[in-house]
Design a protein. Structure first.
Length: 410
């Protein structure tokens, strides 16, 4: 127990969790796997414990949204008076059954595996369009010129939105400023005001899109979502708008981070880049899975105990929150051999980077296709690429790990 006493209280705001969280994760995982945070929640970091929480729909869920936020703001804070928090409270990923079940079912009925898989030829076209635009320059910022543009163009194609629309620049800029509400902390007044404004803008944009789809149906995801409203228990216009913002944002944030984090690690471990270049088609899929495991875009996820329960025999009281450290679980040596070794041939797809249980990421299949195709294309089109690791700038965001800049030359 002396080792437990030496653990610093876990604080998601410390800079080290942005630059390199893994030494802190390892310390918690090995010495204090059931850590009580000074903010009033449990922190679990071992693979089996994280998986147990995320998969247990009976005893763990999202809980009372407003009460969860009041842990950080205090009891008098009016959570739902803020449009950004009101939006987040209504997204199906922040709900428990039966509301979650109804809305998720309607979303997955529109975002079908057939619709997603049919996008692969177009994803390959987009990858080529993007690299053709800068390959002759001999250099590029791979985040702004490729990693972010690819999934934006893909999700726009899926939704039937013209990615060349002049409004797209502001729309994509709005996502990170609005999605700051996913972070479980007290936002600054400026952050919260900006998030509220950005959500208002996003809601207005997608409301207009849905009105257009109802008047002029097309073969796209937004039309499919809008048309569920004609079915019993279908999505209302407000629900469809809420869902569309979540899908649009997650649809490019997650994939952009996978690509950026992957390029960073492939060139930090250059022998792995050389392996990929030697066999792009054969190794791109397992490369994508290893990037998801080794440098997960999703670092952590919160759950609330719905009943008095246990995590591997450790008692948790009803109403207590639990922070599952996905990034720590993915490097647990109890689950993965040599977990701190980046190995694109590992082929392990049982990481926790897409969450688990009823909240498993609805866009996981699309993200996997985008990542696989992107890594295959880059290794084929730019085999001589050299990434400037010193240019890599990590986003100041604990829950979602990704880069804002990554320069490369060839």
């Amino acid at each position: 127990m002396t080792m437990v006493a030496e653990i610093e209280p876990f604080d998601p705001s410390i800079p080290e969790l942005i630059t390199d969280p893994y030494p802190i994760f390892a310390q918690l995982r090995e010495n204090d796997p059931f850590h009580w945070s000074k903010f009033g929640y449990w922190v679990v970091s071992r693979y089996d414990h994280v998986r147990e929480v995320l998969m247990n729909r009976k005893d763990f869920g999202t809980g009372d949204f407003s009460n969860n936020l009041k842990l950080f703001y205090g009891p008098d804070f009016d959570v739902l008076a803020n449009s950004s928090y009101r939006w987040l409270s209504e997204v199906f990923i922040a709900k428990d059954p039966p509301q979650h079940t109804r809305i998720r079912g309607l979303v997955t009925g529109s975002l079908t595996a057939k619709r997603v898989r049919a996008m692969e030829p177009r994803i390959r076209e987009i990858c080529k369009e993007l690299t053709d635009a800068f390959i002759a320059d001999g250099h590029a910022d791979m985040m702004t010129q490729f990693a972010y543009k690819l999934p934006v163009m893909v999700i726009c194609d899926l939704m039937g939105i013209d990615h060349r629309d002049p409004a797209m620049g502001e729309l994509t800029a709005a996502i990170p400023e609005a999605f700051v509400v996913f972070e479980a902390r007290k936002l600054t007044e400026h952050e919260l005001t900006t998030a509220n404004r950005r959500i208002d803008e996003l809601e207005a944009f997608f409301r207009t899109q849905f009105e257009d789809r109802l008047a002029h149906p097309r073969d796209d995801l937004l039309t499919s979502l809008a048309q569920t409203g004609s079915a019993p228990d279908g999505l209302t216009m407000h629900e469809a708008t809420t869902v569309a913002i979540a899908l649009f944002g997650a649809g490019f944030e997650t994939t952009a981070n996978i690509i950026g984090n992957g390029l960073y690690q492939l060139h930090r471990h250059h022998d792995q880049w050389e392996r990929l270049v030697a066999d792009p088609a054969g190794l791109s899929g397992s490369t994508n899975e290893e990037v998801l495991r080794f440098e997960s875009s999703l670092v952590a996820a919160y759950r609330t105990a719905l009943n008095d329960t246990e995590i591997s025999g450790h008692p948790v009281q009803a109403g207590q929150r639990v922070l599952t450290l996905v990034g720590a679980a993915n490097r647990d040596g109890r689950k993965f051999e040599e977990p701190d070794r980046f190995d694109i041939g590992r082929g392990a797809a049982d990481h926790m980077s897409f969450g688990g249980g009823i909240h498993f990421c609805v866009g996981a299949e699309l993200a996997r296709i985008e990542g696989r195709v992107a890594f295959e294309h880059l290794a084929t089109a730019l085999p001589e690429m050299k990434v400037d690791l010193g240019s890599g700038a990590w986003r100041d965001n604990f829950l979602f790990r990704g880069l804002t800049r990554l320069e490369a030359r060839w």
